[in-house]
Unconditional design. Structure first.
Length: 318
């Protein structure tokens, strides 16, 4: 219970700090803070697949982009209100994830990684070639509407920030409750040893597909929020480099660790913004920092702490 309380305290402290940020930040840092919240949601969704299911998935920007383009296409081309696009922005990535992951879910390690990168590349090509005249080609889609609810428009930067803040809060609640759930326990054993998990009667294929579906749905919700924030979407925001960023956030921060993912998002996204004045030199510094982190902290900056016996099996032991 001690570790659980500690994690809850960290999560509460983080939410309090982020909740009061708009009161002290200027417009530039408010925009960075909003993107940080969105990227943290995507990183948590990546962590479900990579950190918990143990699947080397490096095409996550695909699902992030599907959510963003679903909102953009339905709103701009078909006139749907933003609120009505949120459900398709979650459901469409889930369906695509199941269809794409189904044939390759048996792959492991580098083989799965290469396959998911390939899916991401194909997705970008579809966007850039303006399939069916809906994606806008290389220029993307502009003029996305604002959220309207009960006569109130969420058009200000602060209102969009708090929408992203609410989405992250919901995501953190989901992540916090995964470990004690049936799904979380199955993921723990699959991540530890697939063969042992199968011998215990765990349907590895089912739970890995479940992880892909859940992770892609959350990423789609973040993509919809991303489209709302910038009122536009374009292919370069969802390319393979973005997938590498989300993959790296989980590894650098600490997979299957709630504080680790938040720290990883801060290190990989916010710190480069702080040192933006150094332009390209900052990437050299952070490249070296990433290498040192993997050498000195191979499990991440804040790795999840558990032994071979998970806490949910030890809680009743006196």
């Amino acid at each position: 219970m001690k570790s659980i309380n500690k994690t809850n305290l960290i999560a509460l402290g983080f939410l309090i700090v982020m909740g009061i940020l708009p009161l002290v930040a200027n417009s530039a840092w408010l925009a960075i803070g909003t993107t940080f919240l969105v990227y943290a949601v995507v990183a948590f969704s990546q962590d479900i697949i990579l950190g918990r299911a143990g699947a080397f998935h490096m095409g996550h920007a695909l699902f992030f982009g599907l959510g963003a383009y679903s909102t953009a296409i339905l709103n701009v081309h078909f006139g749907w209100p933003i609120l009505a696009t949120w459900i398709p922005a979650v459901i469409i990535p889930v369906i695509i994830a199941i269809l794409l992951a189904g044939p390759i879910i048996h792959l492991r390690g580098d083989y799965l990684l290469v396959a998911t990168i390939g899916f991401n590349i194909i997705f970008i090509q579809i966007l850039q070639n303006d399939v069916f005249g809906l994606t806008g080609g290389p220029n993307g889609i502009f003029g996305i509407d604002v959220v309207r609810l009960f006569g109130f428009e969420f058009s200000s930067q602060i209102s969009i920030y708090y929408l992203a803040f609410i989405l992250l809060g919901i995501t953190m609640f989901i992540m916090r409750n995964l470990d004690g759930s049936k799904f979380g326990r199955a993921m723990f054993y699959i991540n530890k040893d697939v063969i042992a998990a199968q011998s215990m009667g765990i349907n590895v294929r089912y739970y890995k597909l479940y992880a892909f579906a859940l992770g892609s749905g959350i990423a789609g919700a973040a993509g919809s929020m991303f489209a709302l924030q910038y009122s536009a979407v374009s292919p370069e925001a969802f390319n393979v480099m973005q997938s590498i960023l989300f993959f790296t956030i989980v590894l650098v921060g600490g997979s299957a660790s709630l504080p680790g993912v938040l720290i990883g998002t801060f290190v990989m996204f916010v710190l480069p913004e702080i040192f933006r004045e150094f332009q390209t030199a900052r990437y050299l510094v952070f490249g070296i920092a990433m290498i040192l982190t993997m050498i000195l902290r191979p499990r991440g900056i804040w790795p999840v702490r558990f032994g071979n016996i998970p806490n949910f099996l030890k809680k009743d032991v006196k």
